[in-house]
Design a binder for this molecule. Structure first.
Ligand code: ZN
Length: 145
């Protein structure tokens, strides 16, 4: 049976602040920043999640996004590129090589921009909802500590 204490926020994860707003998590995730301190970078490189925040030592690797960012990116890029491709092809059908030379870089640019932002938002929402996972991807059991 759940007690009110079962939903308490771990002071190790949030630094004891207890403030885990969803909007804060989304905006910091979109900017690629740590959800706890909002200053530390979320990624090393393009979209590789840092295991621990350099500023506040929040263990970021506990919050996994798995395939979610890829699905979100596919949906957004598909919703943008699909109708535009159809419209351009219907309006003035260019040769397939011109289409490939234009749409492929545009698609890759959108993926390059959207994927890390989607991953940041999902990881930070995991932090906001306290959805911790262990090293094997299974939900973490805080009662074992
Ligand atoms: Zn931090």
């Amino acid at each position: 049976m759940l007690t009110p204490d079962d939903h308490k926020v771990s002071p190790i994860v949030d630094g004891g602040s207890g403030n885990r707003g969803y909007m804060k998590a989304c905006t910091t995730g979109f900017m690629g920043r740590c959800p706890n301190c909002m200053r530390g970078k979320l990624f090393t490189g393009w979209a590789t999640l840092k295991p621990i925040c350099d500023v506040c030592q929040t263990k970021l690797s506990d919050f996994r996004a798995d395939d979610g960012p890829a699905y979100i990116t596919i949906c957004i890029v598909g919703l943008i590129i699909g109708p535009l491709l159809y419209w351009v092809d219907d309006w003035m059908p260019p040769s397939p090589l011109i289409q490939l030379g234009f749409w492929l870089p545009v698609t890759l640019a959108l993926i390059f921009v959207i994927l890390p932002r989607a991953k940041g938002i999902l990881v930070n929402m995991g932090w906001a909802l306290s959805l911790k996972h262990d090293a094997h991807g299974h939900p973490a059991d805080d009662t074992k500590d």
